[in-house]
Design a protein around this ligand. Structure first.
Ligand SMILES: Cc1ncc(COP(=O)(O)O)c(C=O)c1O
Length: 452
């Protein structure tokens, strides 16, 4: 299929979904591939993709408002990213940065030093995924502080390997069967402003954010968790898998204050919210806060597997052998990341802010139209729409959310749930207002059809 054939103005659904070829692949997958992947109730069997359009194996074309779960930041197969990958693949695919040197590692680390919200000078450890970047941050925090307790938040998602799983708390399925957790982590309710989990007396006049801060200082520190034993507080600036819930203003600064007072490190996980997704390079920038360590993955490689843990240089004084990865910081992945950052800085972060505001305004119009939309939230192109039974009770409506997700898919648009009853919008950052008009029209129809 040519590029022009895959750049229509509207989705095209030609077969039942999945189509005959898709069904064969799903059957083979069921036979040979692990059933542990948390796949949604609609089934997309992708064959090729370009920009914001994805074609399945049966020739159906979808408008992608999920970007492979917030990964394809520059759109699918951005020609400049493809060229950078191809050119690099012809030069050097792998050399193993754990044992040898190549120019790519310091080039990307220097670039990250320029753009991350961690105070410069920084150092970077390269990984292959988000969870590995988080593992690095956890090990580094233990190593640097000599402490081993962590504070994390309910509904957070930081990955599924054993260390990061100790933090992750967005679904019980992620934990079921794995018994005792590897790390000593205590969870605090996340200050979700739409569903404030704290009672008003605990919040004072500071809202949910103050409630969470007070919970840490007045409950945890005085009972189960002496602050001098806490290595780090780990937090997402915008909770991703938990339902696209931004931290309230003042909350991250409050965490920073607590950390400074007690020698605790602040780790901000920007795996999903980073790399322009929120309309700024990092979501932290909305909160004017400087973490000690930041974790990055997903959007940095435009689809190639790369993660990074960027920390204050003085923290990264561990010795050779303390932590390394055979593939982490592979030259081809770094070439993709450097090109991605260039594209982000040359307009895509800006586009994320502008088109994101346009999308949010459209979603807010739908919120006025439909009593089942309880909340529209987020920044840039990281927006959540929370579905409820009605806006008087705001009772979560997970079934309706699932029906709408499927109804969107049947109409040729890919959106994915996050949390129990929220649809996340995380399209490629190249998406246009014209695409958004089509997306909003489909979303409107999908909601109307699902309510019936
Ligand atoms: C905030 C956050 N941290 C960590 C991860 C784990 O990333 P990965 O799936 O690449 O291991 C994710 C994945 O969704 C995430 O959203």
């Amino acid at each position: 299929m040519s590029t022009t054939a895959i750049a229509p103005k509207r989705p095209e659904i030609k077969t039942e979904l999945p189509g005959p070829k898709g069904k064969e692949i799903i059957a083979a997958d069921a036979q040979f591939v692990t059933p542990s992947y948390p796949r949604p109730s609609f089934t997309l069997v992708a064959e090729r993709a370009h920009g914001v359009w994805v074609e399945d194996v049966d020739g159906n074309v979808f408008l992608d408002c999920n970007a492979g779960v917030a990964v394809c930041s520059t759109g699918h197969c951005h020609p400049e990213v493809v060229r950078a990958i191809q050119e690099q693949a012809e030069q050097l695919i792998h050399m193993c940065g754990t044992d040898y040197y190549y120019r790519h590692m310091p080039a990307l680390a220097r670039k990250l030093d320029e753009i991350v919200p961690v105070p410069s000078p920084t150092k970077t450890h390269f990984a292959n995924s988000g969870t590995e970047a988080v593992e690095t941050a956890l090990k580094l925090a233990m190593h640097a502080t000599g402490r081993e307790k962590f504070i994390a938040f309910f509904n957070s998602f930081h990955g599924r390997t054993l260390g990061s799983l100790s933090l992750t708390s967005s679904r019980s399925a992620q934990r079921l069967g794995f018994k005792r957790q590897a790390l000593d982590v205590i969870h605090v309710p996340f200050p979700n402003e739409f569903r404030n989990p704290f009672n008003p007396a605990d919040c004072g006049d500071g809202g949910a954010g103050q409630g969470a801060l007070n919970w840490i200082t007045e409950r945890l520190f005085k009972t189960t968790t002496p602050p001098e034993e806490v290595a780090a507080i780990v937090v997402e600036a915008v909770q991703g898998e938990g339902g696209y819930v931004p931290a309230p203003q003042g909350f991250l600064k409050g965490l920073r204050r607590i950390c400074d007072e007690h020698g605790i490190l602040l780790i901000v996980d920007e795996v999903q919210s980073g790399m322009g997704r929120t309309g700024k390079m990092f979501a932290c920038e909305y909160y004017d806060v400087q973490p000690d360590i930041v974790t990055i993955a997903k959007g940095i490689g435009s689809g190639l597997p790369i993660g990074a843990c960027v920390a204050r240089a003085d923290l990264m004084d561990w010795k050779p052998g303390a932590h390394a990865s055979t593939f982490g910081g592979n030259p081809v992945c770094i070439a993709a990341a450097l090109k991605t950052i260039e594209l982000l800085q040359n307009g895509l972060v800006q586009n994320s802010a502008e088109v994101g505001a346009y999308l949010k305004a459209g979603l807010e119009r739908l919120q006025k139209k439909y009593d089942c939309i309880g909340d529209v939230r987020g920044m840039g192109l990281m927006l959540g729409v929370e579905f409820v039974t009605d806006t008087t009770s705001n009772r979560p409506n997970a079934e309706l959310r699932d029906r709408i997700e499927i109804a969107c898919f049947e109409r040729g648009m890919i959106v994915l749930g996050a949390g129990a009853n929220t649809i996340r919008w995380s399209p490629p950052l190249i998406i246009t207002k014209e695409n958004i008009d089509v997306a909003l029209e489909i979303f409107d129809k999908a909601i109307a059809a699902s309510l019936g």
